[in-house]
Design a protein around this ligand. Sequence first.
Ligand code: ARG
Length: 269
Amino acid sequence: SRRMLLASVLLATVAVTACGKKTEQASASAGAASTPAASAAKEYVVGTDATYAPFEFQNDKKEIVGFDIDVLSAVAAKAGFKVKFVNTPWEGIFSTLQQGDRDILTSAITITDERKQSMDFSDPYFEARQLIAVAKGVSDIKTFQDLKAKKVAVQTGTTGDDVVKKLLGKTSSNIKRFESMPLALKELESGGVQAAVGDNGVVINYVKNNPQNGISVVADDKSFSAEFYGFAVKKGNKELLAKINSGLKAIKADGTYDSIYAKYFGAKK
Ligand code: ARG
């Protein structure tokens, strides 16, 4: 009955909360991850294509860091589970959920209707939009439409690839596909294409960190719609999805999300 269901949900919540508390205390006092109480928290393997600064990338020590990493780590801490990030190439990243090699994906993944057919997404945690990168001083590219007769670089299988496919035609040989966004932008730098299209945060970050490379950006908010990033889990994994969403809610409510946001993008307007 509904009342029974409610009662068991309540019980489960109490149990999870109590368990989370114990874990926190244990690791706070012992400081080690190997204490029995700490290891009771379930660890999930998280796939991430760490070529996508500032969302996921490798620092000088080859550690996987970034906005997505901080957000999901904070979510996990709140919801009482552990995460282990594993660098996973974008191409084929979605099938690792099906195969059971990864439990969660975080990779600045845009929630799309098509992807929702084969995996489940958390509530959105970030808003993004496509942005056009061109060679500095180029004046004949002012809107997305202007790319129609140009060679354009994208990361294979991204939403950038999708929009460019729609404009140039699925089979257009003017679309140059790369396995990472930095490779697509390098192609623009070397003159192999006239533009690259990708997520705004990543393109802006790249241009900022490589000012000598002669790239500038063209925004076209009329042609590109808002995209929302979500954490992906295997279709039907409701239990894990509920944990992620509750953690996300909590870090949005207590200011943790905002401080992570500010660390990477400055204070919110
Ligand atoms: N947001 C875009 C998409 O979902 C690009 C994501 C690419 N992420 C990455 N880590 N390479 O298609």
